[in-house]
Design a binder for this molecule. Sequence first.
Ligand SMILES: Cc1cc2nc3c(=O)[nH]c(=O)nc-3n(C[C@H](O)[C@H](O)[C@H](O)COP(=O)(O)OP(=O)(O)OC[C@H]3O[C@@H](n4cnc5c(N)ncnc54)[C@H](O)[C@@H]3O)c2cc1C
Length: 378
Amino acid sequence: MSSDGSTSSEEAIRPVGVFGDGCAALSLAARARDLPGYSLTIYQPDSGGPEKDHIWGFWGTPHLDRAARLAFARWQKWQLVSQDRAVVMTAEARPYHALRRSDWIADCRRAATSAGVGFAPMPPRPNDPATIWFDSRPPVVPDGMMLQHFVGLEVQTDSETFTPDTATLMDFRVDQSRGMHFIYLLPFSPTEALVESTLFTPRRAPDQFYLDAIDGYLKTHLGVDTYKVTHQERGVIPLGMMDRHDPEIAGIGGNGGAIRPSSGYAFAFIQKQIDRAIAGASHGSLHFAKPHQRVDLWMDAVLLRVLRHQPETAPDLFLRMASALTGDQFARFLSGEADWSLRLKVIMAMPKRMFVKAAMRLLLASPGLTMKAGRAWR
Ligand SMILES: Cc1cc2nc3c(=O)[nH]c(=O)nc-3n(C[C@H](O)[C@H](O)[C@H](O)COP(=O)(O)OP(=O)(O)OC[C@H]3O[C@@H](n4cnc5c(N)ncnc54)[C@H](O)[C@@H]3O)c2cc1C
């Protein structure tokens, strides 16, 4: 840009169009000023109503400073709980944050608008060959893929019930008859919390199953008889690598492989994917690569096989991992920032026979270990 704000060569500006206006598309649009060689347009679907709000959880790290500032709650301490024990972890550098989708999306829209990003209705197909197109619509979920599915209630209680300084990331003291199932509880104050019933299985449960699990948990483990529901969220997150929404359009966000298969976390990975694309754009090409290392995808595929075939082992496996790591190491591992010594720590904490067997099965299903969409994830 020159001092009067014009570019020295208008032809050098390349138009970019993104299908969809969710997390990835708007997170990118908010960074438009970091892409001076491109003019960005977000193509919005006709969604037929206001977007449903929910909470994003993520561990803080320098590349997420803006999100951390917008977060409305954070915890240095969290716990994992099974029938017979609890592991409490404390983080020094990487607290866990809760951010409302609506706050992030509104902030992104403001930044995008002030940077001159265009917004337009979504065409049925890319309609301009001179534009570089990206697609943030959801990827194709094959039958039989492991899913993370959940219903969460934001609740208010009359009496002081929750311990606001400790988030519960997994509490397995709930019905395990359908597969791996846990309660995720983010306490916002002694009387307010998000309480979520979450399963990792290939099939969604009826709504009443999650609601009963939350109700039973509040009654049995927290002694709450009555509570007011202030908000409800639900989701189904596919766990694995998938084919793109449209094979002819490059993906971004969940459609660009950003969902971490072992956890369903995607928010932090989407921001990492965008950071890397912006860094790469200064070298001449805009490209949204998967933000995961291949070894992590491989470890995730092995873990998902164990959880699918031996879900009863899940509480022990996750508590073993938590016991072996510090809070910051746990956060780094789940945020995809593990080095080899940290990966080895996790591997050493796991029961070997079960994982070797699952790894052998994975090798047979996916001999090339490509970790692309396909049998490795079913
Ligand atoms: C309720 C819920 C809670 C979650 N919690 C967390 C969390 O705590 N931490 C975390 O890291 N991740 C979480 N995730 C996962 C992940 O962060 C989100 O799914 C994230 O929104 C993915 O971003 P995205 O841009 O890829 O997709 P989206 O934000 O879903 O955007 C997709 C876009 O495509 C459009 N679209 C969808 N279908 C079509 C169609 N058929 N035609 C046209 N347009 C279409 C949508 O309208 C939207 O504009 C959660 C997901 C859900 C659903």
